[in-house]
Every structure is written in structure tokens, then in C-alpha cells.
Design a protein around this ligand. Sequence first.
Ligand code: GLA
Length: 730
Amino acid sequence: MISFSEEKRIFTIHTEHTTYQMMADEHDVLLHLYYGRRSEGEMDYLIRRRDRGFSGNLYDAAADRSYSLDVLPQEFPVSGTGDYRRCAMRIELANGSVSCDLRYAGYEIRRGKYSLPGLPAVYGDASAETLAITLKDKWGSGVTAELLYGVLPEIDVITRSVIVRNEGAEPFAITRLLSANVDFQSGTYDVLTFYGRHGMERRLQRERVCHGVRAIGSGRGMSSHQYNPLMILASPETTEDAGTCWAMEYVYSGGFLAEAECGPFSQVRMHMGLMVENFRWPLAPGEEFAAPEVIMSCSTEGLSVLSHHLHDCIRGHICRGKWKDAVRPILLNSWEGCYFDFDGERILGLAKRAKELGFDMLVMDDGWFGKRDTDTSGLGDWYVNEKKLGMKLSELTAGVHELGLKFGIWFEPEAISEDSDLYRAHPDYAFAIPGRKPILARDQLILDFSREEVREAVYSQMTAILDEAEIDYIKWDYNRCISDVYSSGAAEQGTVLHRYMLGLYDFLEKLLGRYPDLLIEGCSGGGGRFDAGMLYYTPQIWCSDNTDAIDRLLIQHGTSFGYPCSAVGAHVSTCPNHQNGRMTPLSTRGVVAMAGTFGYELDPGRMTEEEREEVKAQVATFRRFAPLVAEGLYYRLTDPARDPDAAWLHVSRDGSEALLAAVSLEIRFNPPQRYVRLKGLESAAMYRVEDVSGVEETLTASGAALMECGLPLPVYMEEYRAVQFHLVRI
Ligand code: GLA
């Protein structure tokens, strides 16, 4: 609920459990007052001013030396106002100076949640509202910022975006633009970020916000393996179950910046938006620029609830289309089973095995198009290599469909190999700076998707294939970072990286418009573009190229802070694992992959009969619990980086049922008994606890006991054993 009090010009946003408040003060500056636990009343009493040495005063407020934006908490701080902290926006005026002094000019409260042209954004239902606050530069440049707040009260989410307009007579340029900023007046905070690398994405790091700036971001033209566009601030005592914490999650797949700054007066500023490096957006009179959206959420009950808000937002208000709420097909992907070494018969052979094992879909990964027997050639030539397949694609897909399976196929639409017909015909389609040789990565270049004719060259090839053969699923891959950014289509090179993202989103929107039933799984060398922006188009994303179940525990644990299980592409692969050589029991690989969309990535023909029987049982188990995994509340029960067990829990919304999964990470002779304490159960209720594999004895215990004392875990004589317990309320 959004309200405005005329007298003090205070804006209040209430969600079910949180309150957000700001005020247009006597100088028309929009001050931030409060974001936290739901509370009534006006919080302007929190603002205390003092004359601060070396903190400048706005000219029209200078009679009062205590009025300085260097210290006051602001809603949207801009560069050039005497606030020397990191700002949300920086404007370069036509004369080259950096200046902007935004003052409050009006507001509007709208029913429903705003959308953003050409950009992915949260969508709301009947209860959603929008607050738009307009700020204008006091000194006549025509710089106008419309701050947008989208309110989803039931899930304690407030989204932020800003539309910058040039309402003046001269051009100016935006050189820094962050969509959301929150100034905390007081308090000590921890910051949680998610760092990583290819094959080890989204590792949790928690540290105190000290004086100075803690920044993460990506200048790679993609949200990146290295830092995920998710930042959480938490009061230091915050745990999974208690304490106040705040999240910012970017609905964008390109470069980003997120900062937590502790200033000289120990105030903390947190913000998120576009990467500053390589960004410069000129605005001519009459033009406007919409900043990508940030999802904000606050929990006063610890990190689990914060994650639940983000999961609900992504599942219910970002993901779209037919597959949004559907249980996703159990798939067999050809990559780790065959790599580039296959023909149509081998794929059909995989499909037959997949059918026998009870899967839903066969996915033919990289290698079916152009000249593509290694990763050094062929990207850009999206025509079927019938010689290699030994058949037409339509014959292959018909064969797979006849078996009663769906058919999926791999594309990497944004990439191009120098050794390709498309490159030979149009070398200028790839990013490269005139007169220089570009950086190569995996021997490939990136297509300039900011240009429509370049997108069209790929779109027409893709649609020809999708029209010819019946294709149910696409794995949309993206296997390098952008470099050598230069576009012949852009007058200002600082716009290219964002135009690229707009081009990508436009492509995906068009494709889904044409094939609304298509399921697209995002991928970028695994999880290099695992973000809420992509999830608007692709409701699941291949979480990591690392399929080792034990490494995956860390990756999926970090991912779970911001993203629901239904978004996490997870497969069982063979052993020794191809990425790190580790041996793990097949049952453990199954349990870990079941915390995601579930599938296999191996050649079932190389399995023993006994293993194939085990796989059939895994498929049955996953089918049994798939809705609970996808829709239930997810609880992290341990920290797999520290604890001797990795354990997590899916609890149905009504508390009647739960699925516990635990993987043993430590074996010892004569060990102490280990217990795992459950969460989210009904204290007063009794639960029947049954080992899904039927080995452990069934027991009955109260919700309270299971949460207070825990459940004893089996003691193993073998490394990395896993167990699943099904709990049913009696
Ligand atoms: C990337 C993907 C893999 C696989 C290969 C194919 O690395 O993440 O899953 O599709 O490309 O080249």
C-alpha cells in the first residue's frame, strides 16, 4: 500500500511485513527515511543535522550550514551536489561539466506494476501498485528523473527503476546510472555477495561493511560467473532464521555494479545498477532512458525468508509462459556423453535409452550444425550438418517424437567463429575495433547484437530450423565474455553494451512470441548469465558446467540465496566426474540433481544394468517430489563449505509434507552422532519420517523435536553418501 501525507510530504510504502519511507524536505530534496520492519508513523524524526566541516551546502540552503547532502540520507543521490559518497547517477552536461541537482517535482500513484519498454521486469497481480516520483534539475538543464517503485505487498518486494528524460534544450549524457539506492542512517551491517569462476559459480562470501566501498560487478558484458548481480545487507546477528536483512537483485543480464559504502559518519549506502565502465548514454532533447530494474526485499526473520521472497518473485513474477509453473521435462543431454562425437543414429540410440529409463526429453547439444566437430569453428552457421547426422533434422526429431519423447537442441546464437560462412561473408558482424585484432575466447567472437541486421542474420537461420523440425526445447548458450566493443551501428560506443542487451531481449521476446510453447534453458558456460533478466525469457538456466555433485552442493547453496530450485538446471553425470575426477555414488548425484530441474548428462549405454535400474528409481523419486521441490519453501539447513553434512529441505506451503536431503561430507572412525535440525515444520504437529530409499527405519516425531533437536543422520562407511527423508504430517 502506497500513501502520501500532504503535510510533511512523506511517502510511505507498506508491504505485508515491511515499510519503506521517504520525504520531500523543505528544499525539495527527496530524503530516505526508513526501510525495514513494518511500522506505522512518520520517521522524519530520525533526521538530525549538524554543521559538518568540509561538507558543502546547497546554494539555496546555505543559510543553514547544517544542511549538507554529504551527510543526509537520500533516495537518489546524484553527482555534483556536494555529496562525495558514491552516487546513483552522474550527468555530463553539454558543456562537459558534471552537475545535476534533482529536486522533487511531483508524484503519481498507479494501480498495477509498471513495466519497462524492451526490458525484462517483474509483473504484478491485482494487489500490485506503482509509485512514480518525479525529480527535476533545479538549474534548468532539463534533466528529469522519474523514480519508479513497484510494490508487491504479499511477497514483501519493492522494485526500483528510474526513467531519465531530457526535457531541456541541450543534450546531456548519463555516465552512471544505478536503479536502486538505499541509505541506512545508522547501524552495523554485513554484506553478502556471491563470487566465483567458471565451474564454481555463486559462492557465498559474508563480511562486515567497513569504512570505504565494498563493490562487486561485471564489466564482461554479461552478469558473469565471477559475481552474481545479487547483494544482501544484513545486521550482524542475522542468521538463516532471525535478524533483518535486505536484498537487491538485478533484473538484467549485462554488466552491473553493486556497492555497499560505509561513509565518514558510519552511514551505509547500498545500491545497484549498470556497470559504469564503458557506459555513456547521450540523451538529446525529448529523449528518455529506462534503467533496468532492481528487485528489493527485506526480511526481519533472517535469510531463509529473504530467499523465499526472492524465489516467489522470480517464480511468480519474472518467469512467464507455459513452463512457468509446469514440472519441467526430465532430460538426457548429449554433451558429456558424446561431446562432438555423434551422428543421428547415436542420438536416436540415446533417445531409446532415455525412453527406457523413463525420461521426457532428448537434447542434442553442440555439434549438429555447420562445420562443428571441435569448438574452433562453425558458430554462426545455423544450418543442419546432414552429412554428419546422416539424416535430416526433421527425420531425427520425428524419430525421437515417435518414441514419445520431446526433442531439444543447442544454439549459441550470439557467437561466431572466424571459421564460419557467416564470418567470411560478414566479418563486420563480430565485435572488433577497427584496425585491431580482437581478443579470442574459446576461439570465438561475439556478434554485435546491438545491430538489427546482425540479429536478423541469426534469427532467420534459427526460425528456418524451428519451422522445419519439431523442436520443444532450446539450450541457449553463451560462451565467452564481450571484449573489443565497437559497433559500426552506434554513434556513441558507450551505448553499445546496453544496446546489445536490448537486442538480446528483443530477439528472445520475438522468438517466444513466434514459438510460445518453446522451453528455453539459459546457459553461459554453465552459470555465467544466471540472473533474473534471463529468467524472464528462460525459466531455467544450466547452473554450472561443473556437474560434480560435491562441488554442486556449494554452487547450488549459493544460488539458492537468490533463485528458486525451479530455475536451477541440474543433471546427473558419469564418474569419475569429467570436470574434477571425483567419484561419488550414483545415488548422491541423483539426490543433488533433484534440487533442480533434474536430468542426465551421460551415455546410458555405458552404464551397468544395475545402474540403469537405479536411474529408473531416481526418475520415479523425482516425479514423486517434483512439485514439492519446485513449489515448496526451500530451507538451507547447513553450510556445505563448513559443516560435515550438506542438508536442505523442501517444505510444502501448508506444512503437511517435506523432503529432506543430506549429503555426508565427512567420514570418521568412531564418529559422534550427527543430527540435522529441520525448519519450517508445524511445531505442534507429528510427522512420520520415512527414508525414501527404504533403508533407514521409519520414525515419528513432533515438528518441534525435529526442529529443536533434529533428525539423526545415518553413519556411513563410504564417502559422500546421501539420504532423502520424506516427512508427512500425521
Ligand atoms: C558450454 C555449455 C555446455 C555445453 C558446451 C557445448 O560450455 O555450458 O553445457 O553445451 O558449451 O559446447
